[in-house]
Ligand binder design. Structure first.
Ligand code: FAD
Length: 391
């Protein structure tokens, strides 16, 4: 069966949500904002939302539509316990704070993004190592994780193949619909007075005496007091000025999904690849880490993902995967984001390079950037993400 390249996230939006993706195309409402945010991915939108909540006057511009980049192509995982151990302690705290913020946002009226705390079950015993030791070590570091045996695996996820003898369960990991989350942030930012323009690209900085005095865009000039560049895997648009450019690169990933299926999974399951099921029934799997800016999916990879999912969940044996899509993660040399002043220009900030964790870290990034820009003091939690580590 041929696979379509429309993402599952886009296909599962309501007509109203679809219209919201481009609802203010080409229109700049605020030509001299306190803060101009460049980039309408989940990171830029979160910054705009928290700034607007603090009563800052914000204009956001996005060259495509809302969540046109990686934010519209990811797996929707909010997995601090799974991702944390690969990074230093500062990441863990920031990630837990961010997960809690998502949880709190999910309770607010404008936010509607299929939030679920349904855990991850890791059954890839070969990759985990001695389970009880791993679980104890992670617990001592503050992670919520339990070693589970075959019986517990069968009781947690009855549709997995027989014979899985041991695994790790991370019960507090969460999941969301990434495009609905981005739209929720945009909606709430607007309600607090932010102006958001899609279809408008930032082209060039105009600088005088180490300050930005203007930004030229495809919809004419803007004269912001401060600028935050949240443009994902490339900050090339800043290259027109004498500005230090962050070491970003695109790191591809590919996902596939089925049409709605009867309930087969309660939470996300990590085996060879991660597999999850939405409440609406679609199974999603894939991942991969490709040093490439190619957005065209590789059929051989889709076949590999599908075979692994069918091996893990026998009931998928005859179920076709009908969608495939790719996205470009914003990579940095140490896999951590850059959330800092850009350097030589006193009113330019960067919020980019969130790699595998932009969804997870978006609320903490937005909240702490808003705190910095409104108070003038950098919050301590941003110390691990300074640009100085690459300059
Ligand atoms: C396959 C895959 C799976 C993933 N799974 C997860 C996951 O489960 N959990 C998780 O936390 N993260 C995940 N990620 C990573 C996550 O998607 C990214 O870290 C996150 O989306 C980055 O958000 P962003 O806003 O920084 O970048 P983007 O979403 O790329 O947004 C940047 C935006 O800037 C715009 N832009 C660029 N230049 C300009 C300009 N000059 N003017 C105006 N606009 C401009 C772009 O059009 C784009 O919309 C995954 C990524 C992929 C690819």
């Amino acid at each position: 069966m041929a696979m379509t390249n429309e993402t599952l996230w886009s296909a599962t939006l309501s007509a109203h949500e679809r219209a919201e993706l481009n609802s203010s195309s080409g229109t700049i409402d605020c030509r001299s904002p306190d803060v101009l945010v460049v980039g309408g991915g989940i990171v830029g939108l979160s910054i705009a939302y928290f700034l607007a909540e603090q009563r800052a006057q914000v204009q956001l511009i996005e060259s495509g539509s809302i969540a046109a980049g990686a934010s519209g192509a990811n797996a929707g995982g909010v997995w601090p316990n799974d991702q944390g151990p690969a990074h230093a302690a500062g990441f863990q705290e920031f990630a837990f704070q961010s997960r809690d913020l998502w949880g709190r946002l999910s309770l607010r009226p404008e936010f509607d993004f299929d939030w679920r705390v349904n855990g991850i079950l890791n059954v890839n015993a070969a990759r985990i190592g001695p389970l009880a030791d791993t679980a104890r070590k992670l617990q001592s570091q503050g992670y919520a994780v339990q070693a589970v045996d075959g019986e517990q695996i069968a009781s947690l996820e009855p549709h997995l193949r027989a014979g899985l003898a041991a695994g790790l369960h991370l019960p507090s990991e969460a999941h969301l619909h990434p495009v609905k989350a981005a739209l929720s942030l945009a909606r709430a930012a607007r309600r607090h007075g932010a102006a958001i323009a899609t279809g408008v690209a930032a082209l060039k900085l105009l600088c005088r005496e180490q300050r930005i005095v203007g930004v030229s865009t495809t919809a004419g000039p803007i004269e912001p007091h401060r600028v935050v560049s949240a443009t994902g895997w490339s900050a090339a648009w800043l290259g027109s000025a004498e500005v230090w450019l962050p070491p970003l690169r695109p790191v591809g990933g590919q996902l596939i999904s089925t049409d709605p299926q009867p309930p087969l999974l309660r939470g996300s399951v990590a085996d060879e690849f991660l597999v999850l099921q939405l409440r609406s029934g679609e199974i999603v799997t894939g991942g991969g880490v490709f040093e490439s800016d190619q957005l065209a999916p590789e059929p051989a990879l889709s076949a590999e993902f599908a075979a692994a999912a069918r091996k893990l969940i026998p009931a998928l044996h005859d179920v076709p995967f009908t969608r495939v899509w790719r996205g470009l993660r914003p990579g940095t040399p140490d896999d951590l984001p850059i959330i800092d002043r850009a350097g030589s220009l006193e009113n330019l900030w960067l919020a980019c390079g969130h790699f595998k964790n932009g969804v997870l870290l978006a609320p903490a990034t937005g909240k702490s950037m808003a705190e910095w820009l409104t108070s003038g003091t950098r919050p301590d939690c941003l110390a691990p993400f300074g640009a100085g580590r690459f300059r």
